[in-house]
Design a protein around this ligand. Structure first.
Ligand code: CMP
Length: 149
């Protein structure tokens, strides 16, 4: 009985109504003219577009944006790719936005991503994996500040 009550509370907490998240359509997807397709998927899902911006990351911005990965061996490959051409950043709003968006984009390695997900349908790359999306509230706060500064 107690457990059922706890489960009920947990599941209520897991669905965060009108949450915000950020995604970035990466240089490979912009170059391949997939921007509209990617944004349309989030609109069709029911998310509301709040902000949209096309820009090219500077090296400094990229290092700040991907700061959590600064000690990883692939950091320079990552920043060099994300600065290689224009990106489109979006902030969207909807129920459980952070978790739902992560499901919609698919696994980081596009070649392993499930068909039906964005990476699974459009990519085979790793650095060039079509789209980035915030994975937590903390990442959203940081990444949206950098992208929309
Ligand atoms: P993204 O969702 O933008 O978050 C960090 C990015 O780092 C990830 O997508 C990949 O593009 C990239 N990445 C993660 N691991 C590796 C790796 N081992 N080699 C190259 N790129 C990586």
């Amino acid at each position: 009985m107690d457990q059922k009550i706890r489960q009920g509370r947990n599941s209520t907490q897991e669905v965060k109504l009108t949450e915000h998240t950020l995604f970035i359509v990466k240089p490979d997807a912009v170059a391949r003219k997939l921007t509209g397709e990617v944004i349309a998927r989030f609109e069709r899902k029911g998310f509301k577009l709040l902000k949209l911006k096309m820009f090219t990351f500077t090296q400094k911005q990229a290092e700040n944006f991907y700061g959590v990965h600064k000690d990883k061996p692939f950091f320079s490959e990552l920043t060099s790719f994300i600065t290689s051409g224009p990106v489109v950043a979006a902030i969207i709003e909807g129920n459980n936005a952070i978790a739902t968006t992560r499901i919609m984009i698919g696994a980081t390695k596009s070649f392993e991503a499930t068909p039906g997900s964005i990476r699974g349908d459009f990519g085979l790359g790793f650095s060039d994996n079509i789209i980035h999306a915030s994975d937590s509230q903390e990442s959203f706060d940081h990444e949206s500040r950098v992208a929309f500064e």
